[in-house]
Design a protein around this ligand. Sequence first.
Ligand code: MN
Length: 715
Amino acid sequence: MLRQYELVDRVLGYDPRADEALINRAYVYAMKKHGSQMRASGDPYFSHPIEVAGILTDLKLDTATIVTAILHDTIEDTGATVGELADLFGFEIANLVDGVTKLTRLELTSERSKQAENFRKFLLAMSNDIRVLLVKLADRLHNMRTLHFIKSSEKRQRIAQETMDIYAPLAGRMGIQEIREELEDLSFKELNPEARETLVNRLNEFNSESGDTVESIAEELRLKLVASGIKCEVDGRQKRPYSVWRKMERRAISLEQLSDIFGFRVIVEEVDDCYRAIGVLHMNWPMVPGRFKDYISTPKNNGYRSIHTTMIGPKRKRVEIQVRTRKMHEVAELGIAAHWLYKEGASLAERSEEFAGTFSWLRQLIEMLEHGGSPEEFLEHTKLQMFSDQVFCFTPKGTLITLPRGATPIDFAYAVHTEVGDSCVGAKINGRHMPLRTVLTNGDEVEIIRSQAQRPSPAWEAFVATGKARSAIRRSIRSAKEAEFGRLGRQILKGVFEAAGREATDVVLQRALHALHQDDLEELLASVGDGTIPAQQVLETVFPELPVKKGRKKSIKAVAGDDHGGVVRITGAGQGLAIRMAANSFPLPGERIVGIITPGQGVVIYPIDAPALEEFDGETTRWLDVAWDVDPDHPQLFPARLNVTVRNEVGALGHIASLVADYGSNITNLTMTQRDTDFFDMQIDLEVRDFKHLTRIMSALNGVSVVAQVIRPRR
Ligand code: MN
């Protein structure tokens, strides 16, 4: 365990102005408070907060953070109060300890949705003061280092999994790579001990075969650089088992194939030394294509800067090399914490602002949290975002937009602003019109084309890569759907009430809310529209005196007539989210149709003679009167299908295609279903205006000599 003076010396070592007395007081206070409490390891409990404080001195954090670490379990475990801590150590520290305590209380459950929900709160808490999270990370690291003392293997597994899922990626996102790697490796040890042990043994064999390779390679690299006049330090290390394992898993290769298990760092004085050093290295050893990355000109989201390369280095070994300045090195090692070093005297607000700028992912997460969405969805996105690599794109004005790999112009639009995403209709990439599903690559300049009439399409969800875009699309579709279901619900109610000689006014409908457990009229209308509550039930609730209706409704006849009162109008093929056409049944204007209400999904439209309708014979409340209401002045195209048997003659197909075109129709798909020497059968999908249009095309086809038969398939 760290002793009092050792801890103080460490802090004074990087911060000579640290409040020594305050640290001493906290040390004594925590020791007294924790008293004779013990850890699972058998150590006095008090050793834990001190080790946590020790971890934070490695990150060179300020006195308030160190003191918070010393006190971090006093509220939770010793009954100290926020007020007491404020009296003794001031409000800043009391608030920080309070924050850590809240996070600790959030950890107490393992259920997936709870975990996700906790994680949301966690990030929100973190956004107030990043130091709370740094203490929590150090706390988790020490608990992971002592995890093997915990008896219950179930508990160990849970803690390790949580660390792998949440804390390690977070440490990575905050730029604290050392802590990320250690957390990963400690979790790996618990979650997959056999794999880790095999790997460690292989790595050890590998090392003993090659002797002192790491040191000798580092020295050879250094000599070459120094000979070219570059002042530098070079150090080498073997990668941690988990890093090696992940690489093997990701690229599905064996340890033998994975030759770059050594990493080297070249630390130089100035930025231009980095580029000179890379030049010297590449002149002496061949680089491996595709592995060169310049994070100095385009830094990572978490502020990381370095040049990465892989070469076939000394002794023909494949080596990974990172080149950076001392200052970049500090940021790489300390991450978010490094920003405390260079901003002495800056206020908390100034620092927070800097974090918000450097750590824009944090701001994006918080924006997502504020907009809601389900916790699982959120956790999924966050995890995905944490693991993915990035691409850098630019707006036409040159603003850098960082996106995860696989992102499309839709992601780009939402990254600029939610409004831009919602109204996006097209994109120019590097000046050329490109499909919205195009995957962006580094350096793309993206111009988003907007229209106020646009709204997000459900199809977008299939090709977005950012959580922000996905939740914005879902949110927008959800509200559009609710609005459509609401309109549909009102039409359905109107029809059912009118058939019973009643009127579905708002005042009348309000009377059903309570009995049907609906909060307001909007909810009731949407529930009727999406089929959750049958309209008949609303009618019976409001007018219980009416006789109960039985049997299939006869009013379908009325649909064919001119009286469309109370009948839901079908205005086109693309009805949107609340009304859709039954699959493979191709109803056309001019044909009699009927709607079937499907709970949760709205209405499905069938031709009246569709065999599929038999299935709904007994369920009278699901049948809905519908009628075409297509504007003849603005004809639309509807899909239709024909089965055609054709004589096997030269030019038969061309003949049919041109005939269909002559009648103003498009063939959208053509499949040969059967073929023999004399005849072949085809399935033709085409677009027509209505039933008459299709009939005319059918008789024209029948009049052609090569056509033996034309029928509409049974649907
Ligand atoms: Mn603790």
